[in-house]
Design a protein around this ligand. Structure first.
Ligand SMILES: [Zn+2]
Length: 179
């Protein structure tokens, strides 16, 4: 997603050590995410930034409700989010620097933007399946779903079919034989 300007932390003026920041993610964040399933929400993010001459360690803690659609009935659904994530930035001139845990940061940089990490933290905090608690789905959809389940009931046990076949053939006075 595109970086939002208000999520930029200018660290060049900060002393070494820990600093606290607070962000509020509202509709503009969810619009910028451009994900159909994320309709909105209101998330508070506490950011602790630990600066040292070689590293910047950022710890995110995100809490608040997110508005989605239920995977089962497609009705509106609000899920509470409580997510934590750590991101470490390392000062390096190596442009190819790539590591799952560490992100390379040019020593001439003055700021970092956190929009992408907020988004990542949110995605990881959300369950893969978003559904209402049992019995809370849209009752109309629930009715249609229960009908579908009845119509799609599996065929009866095949052993019963064989038994039925045997009964019919003996009723017809035929000898039981297999083709
Ligand atoms: Zn539902």
């Amino acid at each position: 997603m595109d970086a939002l300007q208000e999520h930029t932390i200018n660290f060049s003026g900060l002393s070494d050590g820990e600093h606290e920041f607070r962000f509020q993610l509202e509709q503009d964040f969810f619009d910028a995410a451009g994900e159909d399933d994320l309709e909105g929400g209101s998330l508070s993010v506490n950011v602790s930034l630990d600066k040292s001459p070689t590293l910047i360690v950022v710890n995110l803690h995100m809490t608040g409700p997110v508005a989605l659609r239920c995977d089962r009935c497609n009705g509106p659904l609000e899920l509470p989010v409580d997510g934590k994530q750590r991101q470490i930035f390392r000062f390096t001139t190596d442009e190819e620097y790539d590591d799952d845990e560490l992100v390379g940061l040019d020593p001439s940089e003055h700021s970092i933007n956190l929009t992408h990490y907020f988004y990542e933290c949110l995605r990881l905090a959300l369950p893969t399946r978003h559904v209402h608690t049992p019995g809370k789905c849209d009752p109309e959809v629930e009715q249609v779903l229960s009908k579908l389940i009845v119509e799609n009931e599996p065929h009866p046990d095949p052993r019963w079919e064989i038994l039925n076949e045997l009964k019919t053939s003996s009723a017809n006075g035929e000898k039981h034989k297999r083709p």
